[in-house]
Design a protein around this ligand. Sequence first.
Ligand SMILES: O=C(O)C1=C[C@@H](OP(=O)(O)O)[C@@H](O)[C@H](O)C1
Ligand SMILES: C=C(OP(=O)(O)O)C(=O)O
Length: 429
Amino acid sequence: MDIHVERSQQGLIGIIKVPGDKSISHRAVMFGALAEGTTEVTGFLKGEDCLGTIRCMRQLGVEIVEENDKIIVNGKGISGLQEPAAILDVGNSGTTIRLLAGILASLPHAFVLVGDESIAKRPMARVTGPLKMMNAFIDGREFGQYTPLFIRGGNLRGIHYVSPVASAQVKSAILLAGLGAEGVTTVTEPAKSRDHTERMLRAFGVEVNEDDLTVSVAGGQVLKATKVDVPGDISSAAFPLVAGAIVPDSEITLENVGINPTRTGILDVLTAMGADIQITEEATASGEPTASIKVRTSELKGTTISGDLIPRLIDEIPAIAVLATQAHGTTIIKDAQELKVKETNRIDVMVTQLKLLGADIEATEDGMKIVGPVPLKGGVVQSFGDHRIGMSLALCGLIADDTVTIKDAEAINVSYPGFFEHLEQLKQG
Ligand SMILES: O=C(O)C1=C[C@@H](OP(=O)(O)O)[C@@H](O)[C@H](O)C1
Ligand SMILES: C=C(OP(=O)(O)O)C(=O)O
């Protein structure tokens, strides 16, 4: 599906609630399925990725009911998960396949996991490797480096895994396998990745030990059902935040957004670039901090983004690239090689597509370099089926001198159903 985005004739004005956090929604359904008892989830993201997680958990025999705005998960404990009669298809979702691989690794059944064309290109050895070290039998294309994956689990033993990547998907997969393993399982990462698994496991009654970059769990712990209230997704909020910063005369308020410090790199970057950001209404929901975030248009300057900041804003870099085209001076993004193994190679795709719209942007070995401010022009650009690329390019349309047409824009439903309706609402003021 092609979507045409026109330049905004006036400032973007309004108050919106972005959809629920994708990372927290996946985990709420998965952990609810592993728990004993009934877990109620409110604010769940009904995007394609998280709906895929519900489908997979149902195939494992878990009863999951959608009741108005709630998702009710009737868990029967980890050992209550059944061998599925068919393959498990995770669609476009890296979080689903990697966390699920960790869960399934401790079960004495056979599982086959597949996904779409994008998933087929993404590295799975980062989870299958350590899970094999824990004694799971895993095979698949190129010996389990890529989908399809075959898992026959059971008889796991705890390990101390020192991960070469700062990845919450890797950390979570190993910790989840650790819950069904003999002894203690520990993960050390090179920089802090999002800690939603640690926070939510605690909410489900699991003891999780943390010491700086090291997290461990003892095997054999039972998850107890609870209520999960999912806050708005700061990764989705990044798009209206960037829009409000670059479209002249804007003032946008986003209510009930998750501001977990492992996710707020986007706010640090906006502030460093001179954006006018205000945080109010701070609260806590299910162990996760939340707030309202207001953005107003302001003069922006370039910045450098690198090191430990990268995992705190990894999914927001395509939107930050658009922001940088409107900032005075040079923005340098480095240490971001992980972008090459997301839904697309997000460095190459952002560079080629933003160039088509007139941006001054170059790819580097581990990131990109953007010089601004540059007036953007209209054109036809490709999302390549990547939701975050599609939304980032839509932001360009709001300030370009002519229509921006985005190919394959339906991918946006992966994480932000209602995105274009929100843009329209803000344009109307
Ligand atoms: O654990 C999660 O929910 C996620 C972790 C990140 O991936 P990595 O762990 O691969 O960095 C992020 O890019 C993804 O959108 C969601
Ligand atoms: C990388 C992403 O998700 P996943 O890894 O779950 O596909 C994302 O949402 O940007």
